[in-house]
Design a protein around this ligand. Structure first.
Ligand SMILES: C[S@@+](CC[C@H](N)C(=O)[O-])C[C@H]1O[C@@H](n2cnc3c(N)ncnc32)[C@H](O)[C@@H]1O
Length: 218
């Protein structure tokens, strides 16, 4: 039996599936693509890499929100909330919350949400009081084992062991790439399941310019 179940494309949200994204020059040759694969499959993270990634996002923080929070861009987050059969009554964590593009939609939908990001400048660009926000590195999360019912990641690196550690046994992972396979930090739904420790299954769908996947242990 396939570990992946694809729902029909989202015809509800703003923007047709596959709309061209105005941001040119991104995609499979983006330098973050290699980093994404190394972190997910080869534990390719170090303090030096953390410093460089934090500096990179610090430098983009002031411009980030204007180009990453429009309704078409975040359509997969809205669609995952609508069709992803999420445990909305649970306790959720968002990794790589950035300036809050996903946080703004997710926080009102779930019982509780904490956002975490490596870049202080990105967090400072997030709307105040949308959710508690913590500066931290997802390679070593400041939370106990089995703390969360769900983890949201929007265009974020996957740290499989830490995600697995802090997520409860019936927990859900919401994985969003807002530009689909042209997202610089991209893992396909299949890659997501392969990178996570143990056996997982996912439901996923295309939405807006990207896709969402909701994964849980089997
Ligand atoms: C491509 S941005 C996405 C931000 C936001 N989710 C969005 O979609 O607009 C990636 C974010 O992940 C954060 N990040 C990268 N590595 C991280 C790590 N090890 N721990 C926590 N956050 C990290 C970056 O600082 C940045 O804010």
């Amino acid at each position: 039996m396939s570990r992946l179940r694809q729902l029909s494309d989202d015809t509800y949200g703003p923007g047709a599936v596959g709309d061209r994204d105005p941001q040119a020059g991104v995609g499979s040759d983006h330098p973050m693509r290699n980093v994404t694969h190394q972190v997910a499959f080869e534990a390719g993270w170090s303090s030096g890499r953390a410093r460089k990634v934090a500096e990179l996002f610090d430098s983009m923080a002031s411009e980030w929100d204007a180009s990453h929070s429009d309704p078409v861009r975040v359509a997969p987050v809205s669609d995952a909330i609508r069709r992803g059969e999420l445990q909305l009554e649970g306790r959720w964590l968002e990794l790589g919350a950035g300036t809050g593009a996903g946080t703004r939609l997710f926080a009102p939908a779930v019982k509780s949400l904490v956002g975490l990001d490596l870049s202080l400048a990105m967090l400072q660009g997030a709307p105040k009081r949308v959710a508690p926000l913590v500066q931290g590195d997802s390679s070593g999360l400041p939370f106990n084992d089995d703390t969360f019912d769900g983890i949201l990641m929007v265009n974020m690196l996957l740290f499989p062991d830490e995600v697995d550690r802090v997520l409860r046994s019936k927990g859900q992972i919401v994985w969003v790439n807002t530009m689909g396979d042209r997202t610089p930090i991209h893992l396909s739904p299949e890659d997501l399941l392969t990178a996570l420790p143990g056996e997982w299954a996912a439901t996923w769908a295309n939405s807006g310019t990207g896709f969402w996947a909701v994964a849980c242990r089997v």
